[in-house]
Each structure stands twice: as structure tokens, then as C-alpha cells.
Design a protein around this ligand. Structure first.
Ligand code: GCU
Length: 507
């Protein structure tokens, strides 16, 4: 058996020379710090002078400290930070004033206090194509590529970061196509299979190898002559299942391509990983400083590197690349859209606290949920201050954050930005605060209008704004809203998103 395993998996094993290099490097570089998430969280509190954090509300409605779901108590800090007023008190009234003055002020606050900064010396990424082949998605022929973005680790060879991305474009396109980049596992849609004759050879060779490794298998194979270790997957040309086709099929059918970029290959989704991944690599394996980037910003950075690749791919119209994500990746998609103005359009699914939801709302998930819990790694260390009960600086609350979610959405203006949610009855929990996200979207409107785009078209009084009924679309402008009747997903909104995006970016 040993021999067979070796032959099957030799390619996956790291080479001896790479191991030698790592050992040599180990002596030259300070070792990677191996903290638990708790230890890392603690060290950040110490750096910030925080002795105690308020606990987050419980998501369990029967717990005594459960999150608030009473709309009458939901707005303890009803006034949002001004969108179009500069720090010096002057109003911004021109697109130029927004671009040159107000936008940078808001972005700086988000970088320093909320999401953290991308380091100036963030390393280069070199993209390599691992697999490139013709596949079929349903009846649509596509070019499918599996890529790796190798991050230059010459400054700290003890850590390796390899960004995984899959790019799929319709094979029969007349020219470069728009592409939606989605956060998710990097997998080929339908890897091409060897023909029957080749599969027969593979099975014959495999059986021989297995019998060599274990002669007793000869009797098994003789007893079951029709058995084959490798079976061809059943072809997928049957009638489509009921309901909407999957989002990827809808995109391809509409002449779009898509890219799947894998967050975990950029940065782990936990606090223990902060000394590793891209954040750890730049910090040479050491813990973060308070304004260093968190996982959301790191994932967004990875998406930008994916976009660098798409800019070199002749099948892609790089001026028409969108970004999409759901839940924590909805937050990451919003951060990517806000900070990288090359992204032309965004679909932000069920993003909640840290995403489209107002921090200042007291409804469902709270700032304290992010500061005190296993989710702090999404944010900059500085964000912990806003959950502090006891610290050298006293205490702070959501109301002390210099910015709020409406300004994050405004950083996307005037590019088309679709805020999507589902309904609690189907699993898109009240925890996400759909209404608070709607208020933020309403309050972001003036930036879109200032830049010559259309907002939701419902006025901008966020204090009185009431979320439209389920399945009612507000899709006339570049700023768009729709709460579908499904769960914690944005899939039911794709059939609205695609024509809406086409209208604005393909004209
Ligand atoms: C938790 C978390 C949310 C997050 C969600 C997810 O519910 O509190 O902020 O969006 O997980 O990513 O699924």
C-alpha cells in the first residue's frame, strides 16, 4: 500500500529542499508567535490600556442578557456622524470636495479605528495558473482556471501565503466579460474527466498497484470483476432542478464570468491566526499593533490582488469587475468595495454588524459582540476601545466611533452598491439588524447624489426611514436595497442583481 500511496500523493508532498530552506531560515528569523485567540486578545487589551470589556449581548432570546429586539429601544444614539461635513466644520458641496477632502477623512477614520491599515510594504503577489481547461456548467461551455497567488515571503520565509482563486468565463463570449468576484471556496465548477478508455487504463493500473501492495486484494478483485476503484462522475445534463439556477449559472447565462477567492488562504478566520497569514507575514510572525489590519481588511486586500490578476486576463473586462460576499464575507465585500475603487459594483449579502448595520444601533449584534468575542480578529485592535468598560482612557461606546456604517457605504459611491438581506423566518436572523442596515443605506444617499448617482430614492431621513416590505425592490439607483424572502444567503437576489448591475456597468 505504501508504494501506491506514495505514487498517488507524491505531488502533494513538499520537497526536501523546501524543508531544508525552512530549517535554515528558522535560525535567521524570530519564530512565529503561537498565541491562542484569548492570549492575542489579551495582549491587544494590554497595548490599549483596557482592563475590562463589556460583554456582548447573547444571541439566545431566552438568556437574561439577550440582545435587544425592541425597536423603541434601538436608537440610543440617534445622531449619526455627519456625512458631508469636514472635520473643520465646512460643508462639502462638490464632487471634488468629496474626493479630495471628505472621502480621505472618512477612510482614515475607518482605517485607524475600525478595520485597520493595509501596511505600506504589503508584499507582491505573483499569480500562477495551476489548471486551465474547458468545462461545462450546465450546457454553457466555460474556460475554467484554478490559480494561486504566491505572496512574496522573502522578508520572512517562515510563513507562506498562497491565495487560492478560481476564474470561470463563458467560452463563447464575443469579447471581454464582466466578472463577479465572490468570497468562497476556490473550486472548479465541473473538472473535465478523462474519457472511458483512459479511465479503464487508470483502473487497471491502480488494481495492479493495489495487488502489489497487498496480494490478498487479488481475490477481492476476482470476486468482484466489475468493481473499479475510480468511478466517473455521472454527467450533469439532466433537467434543471426546480427554483432559480445557482448564482454562478445565472451569471454565466447572462454573459458574466465569476471568480471564487478563498478567504482562508489569505487570512485565517480566528484570532490565533493573526500572527500568521498575510497579517502575520507582514508582521514577521509577531502580534498586531492597534491600527494594524484585521481579517476583514486582509480578505479585502486579497480580493484586490485577485483583481490585479483579472486586469491581466484578456477574457475579463477589468473595468466591470464586481465583488460579492455573504455574512462575514458580506462585511469583507463592503470593505473591498469601499477601499478599492477599481471594483465597479458590489452585492453585499446579510452583512450585519461590522458591515452595513449601524454600530450605533442597539438591535441584535452589537459592537461589544465584536470587541469581546471570538470575532475581534475581523477588526483593527483599536476597535476594542469602543467596547471598553474600564481603561486608562475611561470607557467608550459605539457612540464614540468617529464613523458609522452609512459612511462605509458612502465610500462606495457613486459605484453601484446593492445591499441585500433575507428574512428572520427563513434564518436571516434579526441579529443582523436589517432595519439598522436600511437606515445606514438611506443615510449614505447624499454621497451618491453629490457624485451624480441615484440613491434609494426615498429621501435621506434615516431617523424616520422604515425598511420596505419583503420582496419590494429599491433598484432604480446606483444605491440599491432588497430584502428577499429567503434565509442567510443572497442567492434569491441574484436575478435582481444581474440586470440591475448590467444596466449600470454595461450600459
Ligand atoms: C455570526 C456573527 C455575524 C456574522 C455571522 C456569519 O452570526 O455574529 O457578525 O455575520 O456569524 O458570518 O455567518
Amino acid at each position: 500500500m505504501k508504494k501506491a500511496i506514495y505514487i498517488l500523493f507524491a505531488l502533494a508532498l513538499s520537497s526536501a529542499s523546501a524543508q531544508e530552506a525552512t530549517t535554515a531560515a528558522a535560525s535567521k528569523y524570530t519564530a512565529v508567535v503561537n498565541f491562542t485567540a484569548e492570549q492575542d486578545h489579551r495582549q491587544m487589551m494590554t497595548q490599549l490600556g483596557i482592563q475590562g470589556l463589556r460583554p456582548g449581548p447573547s444571541g439566545d432570546e431566552n438568556a437574561p442578557n439577550h440582545a435587544n429586539y425592541n425597536e423603541a429601544l434601538a436608537n440610543p444614539y440617534p445622531n449619526l456622524p455627519e456625512l458631508l461635513t469636514l472635520k473643520n466644520g465646512k460643508k462639502v458641496t462638490t464632487p471634488e470636495g468629496w474626493r479630495k477632502q471628505r472621502r480621505p477623512e472618512i477612510a482614515e477614520n475607518f482605517e485607524r479605528e475600525v478595520f485597520g491599515r493595509v501596511p505600506k510594504d504589503a508584499p507582491k503577489v505573483t499569480w500562477k495558473t495551476l489548471i486551465s481547461e474547458r468545462e461545462y456548467v450546465g450546457w454553457i461551455p466555460v474556460n475554467a482556471k484554478k490559480l494561486v497567488g504566491q505572496v512574496d515571503n522573502s522578508s520572512y520565509p517562515l510563513l507562506e501565503v498562497n491565495i487560492a482563486m478560481t476564474v470561470v468565463t463563458p467560452a463563447n463570449a464575443k469579447g471581454p466579460v464582466p466578472v463577479l468576484m465572490m468570497f468562497g471556496p476556490s473550486v472548479l465548477p465541473a473538472p473535465a474527466q478523462p474519457p472511458k478508455e483512459s479511465l479503464e487504463k487508470i483502473n487497471a493500473a491502480l488494481k495492479e498497484l493495489l495487488v502489489n501492495a497487498d496480494p490478498s486484494l487479488k481475490a477481492v478483485f476476482e470476486q468482484y470483476p466489475a468493481y473499479n476503484p475510480v468511478v466517473a462522475p455521472a454527467p450533469n445534463f439532466g433537467p434543471p432542478p426546480a427554483g432559480d439556477p445557482p448564482p454562478t449559472h445565472q451569471l454565466l447565462a447572462a454573459g458574466w464570468g465569476y471568480a471564487l477567492i478563498e478567504p482562508g488562504s489569505i487570512q485565517a478566520d480566528n484570532g490565533a491566526g493573526l500572527t500568521k497569514g498575510i497579517i502575520g507575514l507582514v508582521n514577521k510572525g509577531q502580534p498586531r499593533k492597534p491600527d494594524d489590519w484585521g481579517a476583514l481588511r486582509a480578505w479585502a486586500w486579497g480580493a484586490s490582488r485577485g483583481l490585479d490578476y483579472l486586469e491581466t486576463d484578456p477574457a475579463v473586462n477589468a473595468k466591470q469587475v464586481g465583488i460579492e460576499g455573504v455574512s462575514r464575507f458580506g462585511k469583507a465585500a463592503l470593505v473591498a468595495m469601499a477601499f478599492d475603487e477599481r471594483f465597479a459594483v458590489a452585492l453585499i449579502g446579510s452583512s450585519g454588524e461590522g458591515g452595513a448595520k449601524l454600530h450605533r444601533r442597539n438591535f441584535g449584534e452589537a459592537v461589544e459582540s465584536l470587541t469581546s468575542s471570538g470575532e475581534y480578529h475581523w477588526m483593527a485592535g483599536n476597535f476594542l476601545k469602543y467596547g471598553a468598560a474600564e481603561a486608562t482612557f475611561g470607557s467608550k461606546t459605539a457612540n464614540d466611533i468617529p464613523v458609522d456604517a452609512h459612511q462605509l457605504i458612502a465610500l462606495c459611491a457613486p459605484r453601484p452598491t446593492f445591499i441585500s438581506y433575507g428574512i428572520p423566518e427563513q434564518g436571516d436572523a434579526k441579529w443582523l439588524d436589517q432595519q439598522g442596515s436600511y437606515m445606514a443605506t438611506v443615510a449614505a444617499g447624499p454621497a451618491f447624489k453629490l457624485l451624480g448617482a441615484k440613491d434609494l430614492g426615498v429621501g435621506n431621513n434615516y431617523k424616520t426611514a422604515k425598511m420596505p416590505a419583503v420582496n419590494i425592490s429599491l433598484l432604480d439607483g446606483e444605491l440599491a436595497w432588497r430584502q428577499h424572502d429567503g434565509g442567510h444567503t443572497d442567492a434569491p437576489n441574484f436575478k435582481y442583481f444581474i440586470p440591475w448591475a448590467d444596466k449600470f456597468i454595461r450600459k
